[in-house]
Design a protein around this ligand. Structure first.
Ligand code: NAD
Ligand code: IPM
Ligand code: MN
Length: 367
């Protein structure tokens, strides 16, 4: 762990600032409890940056991120900017950030919550769900050229090169070794040439991981099976757009997209941490956004960027305890507010015992 952990804080738009306020509170609580110096520096991105500077990703923001150990991001976008063309929208700020920082592997864990009746699935179907989506993040149809819109037609390009597939596949296989050693590679190889290449390259990489079981699955089947038997999945490896869609589906399966964290990694720091959800304009400003996706992203940061596994578990345990005590935002069927949930988690961390918390509680939610 470095003597000082530098974290860039990019609140962005909508509920982004609301959930990051709680997540940074939790980070500072960890610092206080364990004597770690986190240096947090805030910067603009997305619509907030457009309003202040005219740019969705100001150069100062990118420089700050490049000189930080980790980036914590809230969300970007909102109805105010919905009429802009794609290349001018706030979302482009996030896409450019990912591309500039070369964070090609997006890890999106989803686990059954330690609560009955939050998942829309019957308890026996959701029980034991513990999956990790590894989403390719800097290629595919999000970034392919040509891309244009004329009056008569619009074109997006889905392109993948071998190495783009190979490097994210290696991340998935490597992580599978720390879990149940099963990778489901998800594609649309019955239709798309890019998916046929995807399958071929994933097979090649799999040979270097003979201890990991690989299966291929078509994305439409995967969507169906995620609802019918989510507990059957371990690591899901997939391309950019499929991973975007399947991770929201995973949020629906566990009960709320508001609890899902993510980490986006490249070959070197910084790693970008962000909740999977967006700006949620329908609930912005009401103080009811679920901060747990952002808080659990902090747990992922502690573990992956700073090697602070015990501290990450303390955060996860505090989250599980808050939920079990009934502190739930409305998306989880409760009445608690954003600050109440965030405050309870931070307080529980400061009050935590010095010993490592029980494994069951730490396993309730992942970072
Ligand atoms: P969304 O994820 O913002 O919201 C979808 C639904 O989930 C809404 O009903 C919302 O209220 C609910 N929800 C989301 N997060 C929640 C939370 N933390 N607590 C409680 N409820 C929560 O998706 P959307 O409405 O389709 O998109 C809104 C805007 O956000 C769009 O501009 C979109 O481009 C942007 N977006 C940004 C990101 C990001 O920054 N990473 C991700 C997704 C969407
Ligand atoms: C996500 C979001 C982004 C994406 C948007 C806002 C560009 O939906 O992080 O899941 O599609 O990657
Ligand atoms: Mn998404």
């Amino acid at each position: 762990m470095p003597p000082e952990c530098r974290v860039a804080i990019l609140p962005g738009d909508g509920i982004g600032p609301e959930v990051l306020r709680e997540a940074t509170g939790v980070l500072l609580a960890v610092g206080r409890r364990f004597g770690i110096r986190f240096v947090l520096t805030e910067a603009l991105i997305g619509g907030a940056a457009i309003e202040a500077t005219g740019l969705f990703l100001p150069p100062d923001t990118l420089t700050l991120c490049r000189t930080s150990d980790a980036v914590l991001l809230g969300a970007v976008g909102g109805p105010q900017w919905d009429d802009l063309p794609p290349q001018l929208r706030p979302e482009r700020g996030l896409l450019d950030l990912r591309q500039h920082l070369k964070v090609f592997a997006n890890l999106r864990p989803a686990r059954a919550l330690p609560l009955a009746d939050v998942s829309p699935l019957r308890p026996e179907r959701i029980a034991g769900t513990d999956l990790l989506i590894v989403r390719e993040l800097t290629g595919g149809i999000y970034f392919g050229e040509p891309r244009y819109r004329s009056r008569r037609e619009a074109v997006d390009t889905l392109r993948y090169g071998r190495e783009e597939i190979a490097r994210v596949a290696r991340v998935a296989f490597t992580l599978a070794r720390t879990r149940r050693r099963r990778v489901t590679s998800v594609d649309k190889a019955n239709v798309l040439a890019s998916s046929q290449l995807w399958r071929e390259v994933v097979e090649e990489e799999a040979r270097r991981f003979p201890d990991v079981a690989l299966e291929h699955m078509l994305v439409d089947t995967c969507a169906m099976r995620l609802v019918r038997e989510p507990a059957a999945f371990d690591v899901i490896l997939t391309e950019n757009l499929f991973g975007d869609i399947l991770s929201d589906l995973a949020g629906g399966v566990v009960g709320s997209i508001g609890v899902l964290p993510s980490a986006s990694l490249g070959a070197e720091p910084p790693t970008v941490y962000e909740p999977v959800h967006g700006a949620a304009p329908d609930i912005v400003g009401r103080g009811i956004a679920n901060p747990l996706g952002a808080i659990l992203s902090v747990a992922m940061m502690l573990r992956h960027s700073f090697g602070l596994a015990r501290e990450a578990m303390t955060v996860e345990e505090a989250v599980a305890r808050a939920l079990q005590r009934g502190l739930r935002t409305p998306d989880l069927g409760g009445r608690a507010g954003t600050a109440e949930v965030g405050g309870a988690v931070a307080t529980a961390i400061i009050d935590a015992e010095g010993s490592v918390p029980p494994a069951r509680a730490g396993a309730a939610l992942d970072g």
